[in-house]
Design a protein. Structure first.
Length: 87
């Protein structure tokens, strides 16, 4: 369960950063000119696509973690510890 928390937190933080950037850009566009509302709709669709991809990658990562006994980082850490002991 611990291994799932880190990807979840990173996904949430990244999603919030995406939303912050896009909301700032959309507000600037709408205040600048009413004719740029179409561009705002396009940016909202791009944001939705990015958030969808982010959530999809999170789901895939959780599946990988559940399937593997050790996730990738643990394998490398064990390798490094063995190398240090043998040195």
């Amino acid at each position: 369960m611990k291994k799932i928390i880190v990807p979840l937190i990173i996904t949430i933080i990244t999603g919030l950063i995406f939303c912050g950037y896009f909301i700032t850009i959309i507000i600037a566009l709408v205040q600048g000119s009413k004719s740029l509302e179409f561009l705002s709709v396009i940016l909202i669709l791009v944001l939705a696509g990015l958030l969808f991809a982010l959530i999809y990658n999170l789901i895939e990562r959780i599946k990988e973690i559940k399937e593997e006994d050790n996730d990738d980082l643990s394998k490398y850490w064990l390798y490094i510890r063995k190398r240090i002991r043998n040195a």
